[in-house]
Design a protein around this ligand. Structure first.
Ligand code: FPP
Length: 227
């Protein structure tokens, strides 16, 4: 079965999952974190080489302080408890996004996590935190303008935060909405999209297997016709 080499996930619906259960939104994010860890390990076990997760968009940074503080505490907990585990499993961590927008200790933990797992050869886990695709594209355009030369697509890709990482083959968005929400706009030009109505904390490893079956049945032509 054809498994995507690079899987990207927009983890949407934590807040609604919590609301349905009369719990605070932070409980939804906590459950989302548990799901995120299990799903990414399952994806690597199935043979995926790159997993990219949208954990916080630039726009999410204008959420109420209380919710953001809760998310930042979760990120801290994640880095404190999971770097060793990633290392043992041979997974390299990469954080994309503008870490200057985050509390300085989280920026530092991200860097330490990247350095600590740099030797990983089994797979790459990309966490998008404080990430916005338009901001990423503009930064690359401005770098190109400063350099004063015309670029090829490859040159441009190399200026993005995902430099060196192949474009995503398959992108899953949970939580019913059908949009990209400023995620990987350049990189997703030929990505296969999959939308699930399930709220992220309810999206199981078996749901991921079903999504992979759906992916395997697709015909990726990249705009060309069958030979
Ligand atoms: C979207 O659901 C989810 C988020 C903004 C946060 C996702 C974060 C996690 C799953 C934890 C990640 C942790 C690490 C360490 C990367 P929402 O809050 O927009 O849900 P709603 O649409 O139902 O309100």
């Amino acid at each position: 079965m054809d498994i995507p080499r690079h899987l990207a996930i927009i983890m949407d619906g934590n807040g609604r999952w919590a609301k349905k259960r009369l719990l605070p939104r932070s409980a939804g994010h906590r459950e989302g974190l548990r799901r995120m860890i299990s799903l990414s390990e399952h994806a690597f076990d199935r043979g995926v080489e790159y997993v990219t997760l949208y954990a916080l968009s630039t726009e999410n940074l204008s959420r109420p302080k209380e919710e953001l503080d809760g998310l930042f505490s979760l990120f801290r907990k994640y880095f404190a408890e999971n770097i060793e585990r990633l290392k043992k499993k041979g997974i390299k961590l990469k954080v994309i996004g503008d870490t200057a927008l985050l509390p300085p200790d989280i920026a530092a933990l991200s860097r330490e996590g990247e350095n600590g797992t740099a030797g990983g050869e089994k797979g790459t886990l990309v966490l998008a935190i404080g990430y916005g695709a338009r901001q990423e594209i503009l930064a690359a355009v401005n770098a190109a303008v400063r350099a004063g030369k015309e670029l090829s697509q490859e040159d441009f890709s190399a200026l993005l935060s995902t430099a060196g990482i192949p474009d995503p083959d398959f992108l899953i968005r949970t939580g019913k909405e059908k949009r990209l929400s400023n995620f990987l706009l350049w990189q997703a030009a030929y990505t296969e999209l999959y939308f699930s109505d399930k709220l992220f904390p309810s999206f199981t490893n078996a749901d991921l297997d079903r999504a992979f079956e759906n992916y395997a049945a697709r015909d990726r032509r990249y705009g060309k016709v069958e030979p």
